[in-house]
Design a protein around this ligand. Structure first.
Ligand SMILES: Nc1ncnc2c1ncn2[C@@H]1O[C@H](COP(=O)(O)OP(=O)(O)OP(=O)(O)O)[C@@H](O)[C@H]1O
Ligand SMILES: [Mg+2]
Length: 442
């Protein structure tokens, strides 16, 4: 089995397997390479034109399109011949088989099809009512992302938390069938109490201070709070046509497999290097990356791993994607409080402080004065955004715990103290959010 890789309605590349599927490379179509030139990061910064790519880069990129954890297990159980080992596809050929089945609607603009397939159709939408939506949420353990091969719903998206991909057409929810693009990601509250409300609150703050433009809200689906996030990698034209914008996550961009997402290292290393190498205005993009990581530290989100930062790729022109998947994990005492990437010399949300953030910025290549200005501006705009939060985001759950925590951390940031209040953090485990979620959902 081989894959054709389409981007924005064009067949741009193919996979070439060797050694019985142990090694897969990606090679761009000759006419695409001739058109755009060489060394252009069309699909990924780790896959410049014309290829063939190194097998490790192709594997990391393709595997990075797939779900993780339980969702991957459930998806793999539906495809004959696929083997998983330690929660990941056993060989590159297993990833290819999975994408041949599910790769019609992924993160970004890439569409993966079995080699030789006709051009992907624009697909169609099937409207669902409240009962249908509740059914899809309940069925997520067996049908992660709402995928259903028997109905030609072939959706794939990274991440370990249960999620549903739907399209909002007018004011109705629709299932994206036969390769139709989705427009929203729906995440039900599951293992972590009030997680949807927590993420909605934190992401609304992020939106208010310019870290994203995408609205989020919480829908009540038969008593379950479901976070709804508009996709920043979809654009709706005036005539209603939905376009896909290409993106990849930082692990794909550097050639790290999803199982290694907690090993991407300090933002000042590989992520900053990528921005310097591939973006047209590295100074501005580095400030945006710094604002994202400082925001995570301030709101108490430990999970800023390499798949929670992404890049937008537009015909080879690269920018940092907006912030996503950010909530206050510090309110869950079962979690470690260890940040997925160290900041300066600090590794915990309790100890990270102003000095660590500025050290990190300096190591990223930002002049200290610029980092200080960015941090001060972030702090003051965050305070204003907290004051402006509406009751819909605050009522009905212990939001005051999250707000209180963020306010305290902001105060301590200003005074130069470690952001965690002394004695406020009891002994915590060393498990990552993924490991802790897995244990909560045996
Ligand atoms: N608003 C968005 N627009 C476009 N793509 C998004 C958006 N939010 C998330 N994504 C993409 O979907 C993937 C999965 O989403 P998300 O990170 O929220 O899931 P998760 O299961 O909570 O992840 P994790 O495993 O980090 O807990 C992201 O890695 C990113 O590629
Ligand atoms: Mg994530």
């Amino acid at each position: 089995m081989e894959l054709d890789l389409w981007l924005g309605g064009r067949l741009v590349a193919r996979t070439i397997s060797r050694d019985r599927g142990a090694k897969v490379r990606i090679v761009y179509e000759d006419r695409i390479a001739a058109e755009v030139g060489s060394e252009v990061p069309l699909l990924s910064c780790s896959l410049p034109t014309p290829g063939p790519s190194a097998p490790a880069m192709a594997r990391a990129f393709l595997e990075g399109l797939l779900p993780e954890g339980r969702a991957l297990e459930a998806a793999a159980a539906q495809v004959r011949g696929v083997q998983l080992r330690n929660g990941a596809p056993d060989a590159a050929s297993d990833t290819v088989l999975l994408l041949a089945a599910y790769g019609r609607e992924c993160a970004g603009a890439v569409v993966a099809m079995p080699a030789g397939s006709v051009e992907p159709s624009r697909g169609r939408y099937e409207e669902i009512d409240e009962t249908g939506l509740a059914g899809l949420v309940t069925a997520l353990p067996e049908h992660p992302l709402g995928a259903d091969l028997s109905r030609d719903i072939r959706t794939s998206l990274a991440g370990a938390q249960p999620k549903l991909l739907l399209a909002r057409v007018g004011d109705r929810w629709c299932e994206p069938v036969d390769g139709a693009p989705s427009t929203h990601i729906l995440k039900p509250t599951g293992a972590w109490p009030h997680s949807a409300r927590n993420e909605a609150l934190v992401m609304t703050l992020a939106r208010e201070i310019g870290l994203t433009e995408c609205p989020v809200w919480v829908e009540d689906v038969r008593g379950v709070g479901v976070l709804v996030a508009e996709r920043y990698d979809r654009r709706i034209r005036a005539d209603g046509t939905i376009d896909r914008l290409h993106q990849e996550d930082m692990c794909q961009a550097v050639g790290l497999r999803p199982v290694d997402k907690y090993h991407i290292s300090r933002p000042s290393k590989r992520m900053a290097k990528l921005l310097r190498q591939f973006t047209d205005a590295p100074g501005a993009e580095l400030v945006r990356l710094f604002r994202q990581l400082a925001f995570r530290a301030i709101v108490g989100d430990e999970d800023g791993h390499g798949k929670n930062y992404s890049l937008l790729l537009n015909d080879g022109s690269v920018t940092l994607a907006p912030l996503y998947d950010c909530l206050c994990t510090l309110i869950y005492p079962e979690l470690s409080g260890h940040m997925a990437t160290p900041v300066g010399t600090q590794v915990t949300l309790a100890k990270v402080d102003r000095t660590a953030l500025i050290d990190e910025a300096r190591a990223m290549g930002l002049p200290e004065a610029e980092a200080v200005a960015a941090l001060d501006e972030l702090g003051s705009s965050l305070r204003t955004a907290i004051g402006a939060l509406g009751p819909d985001l605050l009522v009905g759950w212990p939001s005051d715990q999250v707000i209180g925590l963020i306010r305290t951390r902001l105060d301590r940031l200003e005074t130069g103290l470690p952001l965690g209040a002394p004695g406020g953090d009891g002994p915590r485990s060393r498990r990552t959010l993924d490991q802790a979620t897995w244990q909560r959902n045996p």
